[in-house]
Write a protein that binds this ligand. Sequence first.
Ligand code: 5AD
Ligand code: SF4
Length: 479
Amino acid sequence: MKTKIINTPDMQKAADRRPSSTVFSTMSVKSFDELSKLIKGKKYYIRTYGCQANIRDEETMRGMLENVGYIPSNEPEEADLIIINTCAVRENAEDKVYGEIGNLKYLTKKNKELVLGFCGCMVEQPEILKRLMTTFPEVNLYFGTHELGNLYSLIYAVLTNKERIVSIESKPGEVVENLPACRLNRFKAFVNIIYGCNKFCTYCIVPYTRGKERSRKFEDVLDECKSLVKAGYKEITLLGQNVNAYGKDLDEQKDFADLLEAVAKTGIERLRFTTSHPWDFSSKMIDIIAKYPNIMKFIHLPVQSGNDKILKLMGRRYSRQQYLDLVKEMRNKIPGLSLSTDIIVGFPNETEDEFQDTVTLVDEVKYEAAFTFIYSPRKGTPAAKIEDNVPYATKSKRFIELVKHLEKHIEEKSNKMVGNVYKVLVDGTSKTDEGMLSGYTEENKLVHFKGDESLIGTIVDVKITESHTYSLIGEIVNG
Ligand code: 5AD
Ligand code: SF4
């Protein structure tokens, strides 16, 4: 198979934060019409790994593919187009993808016309792209995170030229608006407010794979939220790698607090946002969260470490004390606040004492939820150049110790919920027990309870009867 390289990834270009004038074309009308004729009756399958940004990208791809005539399928075996939407944040996310391609390779032999595409954060890294291209010659389309708008032209080119296309531009262009979306949930929606990240935490690959911070215009976000409310959505989650940086790159004098307030005023029943960097979290934002009952009292506030030396090595821009002060202000101003966090253990050179600082911080904050990770070096990031002298066994031991502390606090909080009534947005039937419904409380706790399927998509009052570490059992009160 011939390979046509349109663009290949470049980490240095991806790290450039100077203003750029690169503008990407969205679809050309010609490729839309011709593709539409070519794929009549054909099916597509998308598999997404990783964070909400990837899930939201999947929704855009689904919207585009269905607009041009592709039919969705849950079976890769019957699909004519397969897209694997990858994640690169840790090594184990990448390993899952390598396993998946191994399984899919044989499909290209069965269906010679199959378009097998790879996108997402993995392909944005030069070394990984090279490895993928040599190990899996069957893959005939690679496209980057900034190129969703070109999807039609890329698929059309693969189908008509019978060649492999590689199109990964490392510099993002303007924010592309008005791409269609086929949302995966009927009453909970993700709304992008800012793409990319300028923080460059030293361990993190995201600022390279997702590019520089680009905020969507205030009115564009607001219009999308208003149309979601009109369409009957119950919950909106505003999305960004760092939502608190919203607006800094715009000419309009609007920040995240202004946006949050304006979206709360649309009347959406539940408003959430993720992820927040502690460095950008202003008192104005805290006041807005406290003021509007429809802004959920749940904040995901990654701390990563409780030790000042490690925080500095991580490039996190705050000290342990500054983080704790922020938590104090939040808990004081927002009654009933739930806090969750991300923590990395075993960062290069982390000593036992430094790790214990993280444990004591966890004991002080008493998070309501947490994600814990063992440090995973990402090639091209500054941290990957630091010699790592913490043995894996030590990292694992620390991981287990930390999870024990986190779970103790989570369990204590969950136990206190027993006997009280909480508002739950019913998601669907429970994955483990068909007779049960499940959904989330305002503070983002998963609850299982008996009820009729007609309640799916509504908000019900549930009295908690039993608590487990990661979920609660309850019963509906008042019908
Ligand atoms: N190793 C381990 N965890 C990481 N994260 C990001 N990069 C790495 C890495 N190289 C974690 C951080 C971040 C979350 C999304 O993933 O905790 O907040
Ligand atoms: Fe990565 Fe830090 Fe940006 Fe989060 S804020 S995406 S951890 S660089």
